[in-house]
Design a protein around this ligand. Structure first.
Ligand code: SME
Length: 160
C-alpha cells in the first residue's frame, strides 16, 4: 500500500478523480476488511476532493447505519426510503440533489449542507451500502462526480 496519496494539482475535478481512482484501487487491493477499506476511501476522497462531508452508510437490517466518514458528526441511522440516502437505497440508483432545501424529507445532519450526491453499492442486486457526499455550496455535483464516484463504488463491490 502506498504511504502517501498523490493529489492532482489540476483545478479540474475530472483530473483529480482520474489521479485518485487508480490509487483507490491499489489502496484496497491487499485488504479484505470492508471497514478498513471504506475508512481509507473516505479519507482519500476528503483529502483529494476537499468534500465538506463524505462517508458511508451500511445497510443493517431495515436501516442505514453510519459507517466510516470524514467531516462533521452525522446522524447515525436512516430509515428505508427516508432522506436522500434512504431514497437512493429504496430506488437503487444514484441521487443528485442540487439544493437540499428543495428535496422533500431531506435529513439535515448539518445546516451547512447545501447540495448532495448519494450512490449505492450492490451485491446480488441488493444495496449493501451507500456513499454520501455533501457540499456547503449549491449545485456542486454533476455527471463527472456520478461517473467517477460510480467507478469507486464498482471497486468497492468487488470486495463485497
Ligand atoms: N442528508 C442525508 C443524511 C446524511 S448526512 O447528510 C451525512 C439524507 O438526507 O439522507
Amino acid at each position: 500500500m502506498a504511504e502517501e496519496l498523490i493529489i492532482s494539482t489540476s483545478t479540474s475535478k475530472k483530473e483529480k478523480y482520474q489521479t485518485l481512482i487508480p490509487q483507490v484501487e491499489s489502496l484496497i487491493a491487499g485488504e479484505s476488511d470492508l471497514i478498513a477499506n471504506l475508512s481509507n476511501i473516505a479519507a482519500a476522497l476528503k483529502q483529494t476532493m476537499d468534500f465538506f462531508w463524505v462517508g458511508f452508510y451500511l445497510v443493517k437490517d431495515d436501516q442505514l447505519v453510519l459507517g466510516p466518514f470524514q467531516g462533521p458528526i452525522a446522524c447515525t441511522r436512516i430509515d428505508f426510503g427516508k432522506g436522500v440516502c434512504g431514497a437512493a437505497w429504496k430506488e437503487k440508483r444514484t441521487v443528485i440533489v442540487p439544493n437540499v432545501d428543495e428535496f422533500p424529507g431531506h435529513i439535515a445532519c448539518s445546516s451547512a449542507s447545501k447540495s448532495e450526491i448519494v450512490l449505492p453499492a450492490f451485491k446480488n442486486d441488493e444495496v449493501k451500502l451507500i456513499l454520501d457526499v455533501d457540499s456547503d455550496k449549491l449545485d456542486d455535483y454533476d455527471a463527472v462526480d456520478e461517473n467517477a464516484l460510480g467507478e469507486i463504488m464498482r471497486l468497492i463491490e468487488q470486495k463485497l
